[in-house]
Design a protein around this ligand. Structure first.
Ligand code: AHR
Length: 498
């Protein structure tokens, strides 16, 4: 049987585990907000309408950071509609997803929810139909202590202390022809510069994200980032990247190798940002905010024009299988291995809409298969990320050529070693890990997310079909740790070092 060999050496590291890599997105789209995180009258909702079952699952998942309120939704959104007495909030048309938006949930409800899940906000401003003034006002509402029009309004709404929101996205996917108020790279670059300047005058401690390309296949990928950053490099801290990996339209091997594409995209965005830094003679280095990523059968979605005007419709409620969980695990591994330059990452989205958490209105909430690799990685990736030296058998793919069957990352936190590993192959994969330079390993464990059927899913009827389970056979012999990874699986191997 072919096997993989890894070498870990504590002297070689990527950098610290950035907690903001375990982010998510709550967008006013489909049932992510309404009947997802917010459902007044639900048996598990409090007086504030927030579903406690979803809060508990979000905490269990280990979500550290949540982007809000979109997504495409933000580009036609007027944030003032969503604050103040609920009875006075207007019902509006959401042009991104042809939804009826009641505004029953807005910034203040989101921040209450976020406190409950113990996560940090990443707030997006509307640079589609709106501009510098409204972005400035929103920062004043959220972050200015008081004594001014917008900060006093927040206080009047029962929030005396400023929220102190640090991270802000300057719009969303502004390169996309689908985006309401989309722009050319020059138009957006100038606007991002001026909006950033005004927002920073209100609060100099902001960390700002400029929109990069909405995906890697768009023809302007690379040139968009270069032009935008020529305008706003000095004003921003991050450049965004988005990508969804489609199980439909290629072979299973292609899909399982999706992380190869994420890696190419991260490297391409970094190279472009560093090129602009070189041109400008700047020593500052930007980080990537990979603030939308997930598995999504996007090719099956008919687009917004296929939707009817509805409130909280069931749209893109993807059901995930074990193969999807393995891909999500490999994407998390890729983010960890690039944490020296990727500072934020948000899986899109949190509830119902291409989401790890599913709910039924008035009914239960459950974990999709992709919940598990996220929760395991968020829980166990701590301390420093080690640079893993790996050799593994390869598998042929149509899209990416020969790809290693193994994707892996490792972290070391004092005496705790964690190795994250995805077997993309259809056969069990023996792995041998050389722990040279590390103290003696003991207390070994191997947990896997796998199933005899890689198409197995969790459903309302069978919500626990796919769960992490202990795997047999992990062993240590001197400084060689051995285990066998089941076919198409996400795995975490843990050891205590002494
Ligand atoms: O997450 C779904 C949508 O995908 C977002 O609204 C948009 O930013 C992206 O195209």
């Amino acid at each position: 049987m072919e096997s993989a060999k890894l070498t870990l050496d504590p002297a070689f590291e990527v950098g610290p585990v950035e907690r903001r890599l375990f982010g998510s997105l709550v967008e006013h789209m489909g049932r992510c907000v309404y009947t997802g995180v917010f459902e007044p009258g639900h048996p598990r909702a409090g007086d504030d309408g927030l579903r406690r079952d979803v809060i508990e699952l979000t905490r269990e998942m280990g979500v550290t950071t949540v982007r809000y309120p979109g997504g495409n939704f933000v580009s036609n959104y007027e944030w003032e509609d969503g604050v103040g007495p609920a009875s006075e909030r207007p019902t509006r048309l959401d042009l991104a997803w042809r939804q009826i938006e009641t505004n029953a949930f807005g910034l203040d409800e989101f921040m209450t929810w976020l406190r409950e899940v113990d996560a940090e906000p990443v707030m997006a401003v509307n640079l589609g139909t709106r501009g510098i003034g409204e972005a400035r006002d929103l920062v004043e509402y959220a972050n200015f202590p008081g004594g001014t029009r917008w900060s006093d309004l927040r206080i009047k709404h029962g929030v005396p202390e400023p929220y102190g929101i640090r991270v802000w996205c300057l719009g969303n996917e502004m390169d996309g022809p689908w985006q309401i108020g989309g722009k050319t790279a020059d138009e957006y670059g100038r606007l991002a510069f001026e909006a950033a300047k005004a927002m920073r005058r209100v609060d100099p401690d902001l960390e700002l994200v400029a929109c990069g390309s909405s995906n890697m296949r768009i023809p302007t990928f690379g040139s968009w980032e270069a032009t935008v950053l020529e305008h706003c490099y000095d004003q921003v801290d991050y450049i965004s990247a988005h990508s969804y990996y489609d199980p439909v339209g290629g072979s299973r091997a292609d899909f399982l190798a999706s992380a190869v594409e994420m890696e190419q995209q991260i490297e391409g965005v970094i190279a472009t940002a560093d090129h602009v830094a070189a041109r400008l003679g700047s020593r500052k280095r930007l980080k990537v905010s990979f603030d939308e990523w997930n598995v999504w059968s996007q090719s099956l979605f008919g687009g917004e024009s296929s939707l009817d005007w509805e409130h909280a419709p069931r749209i893109i409620e993807e059901e995930y299988d074990v193969a999807g969980a393995a891909v999500v695990g490999s994407l998390l591994i890729t983010l960890l291995n690039h944490a020296d330059r990727v500072g934020i990452a948000c899986q899109a989205q949190l509830a119902n809409v291409i989401a790890p958490v599913r709910t039924e209105p008035g009914g239960p909430a459950w974990r999709q298969t992709i919940f598990h690799p996220f929760a395991l990685t968020a829980a166990h990736a701590r301390g420093r990320i080690l640079r893993v030296q790996a050799t593994a058998p390869v598998m042929p793919t149509e899209r990416y050529g020969e790809v290693p069957v193994l994707a892996t990352a490792a972290t070391l936190d004092d005496d705790r070693l964690a190795v994250f590993a995805v077997n993309r192959g259809e056969r069990p994969l023996p792995v041998e890990i050389d722990l040279r330079g590390l103290p003696q390993a003991s207390d070994l464990s191997h947990v896997t997310v796998a199933d005899d059927d890689a198409g197995a899913r969790n459903t309302e009827r069978e919500p626990r079909r796919v769960e992490p389970r202990p795997a047999d056979g992990v062993a240590i012999d001197g400084d060689r740790l051995t285990a066998v990874l089941p076919p198409v699986s996400f795995n975490i191997l843990k050891a205590r070092l002494s």
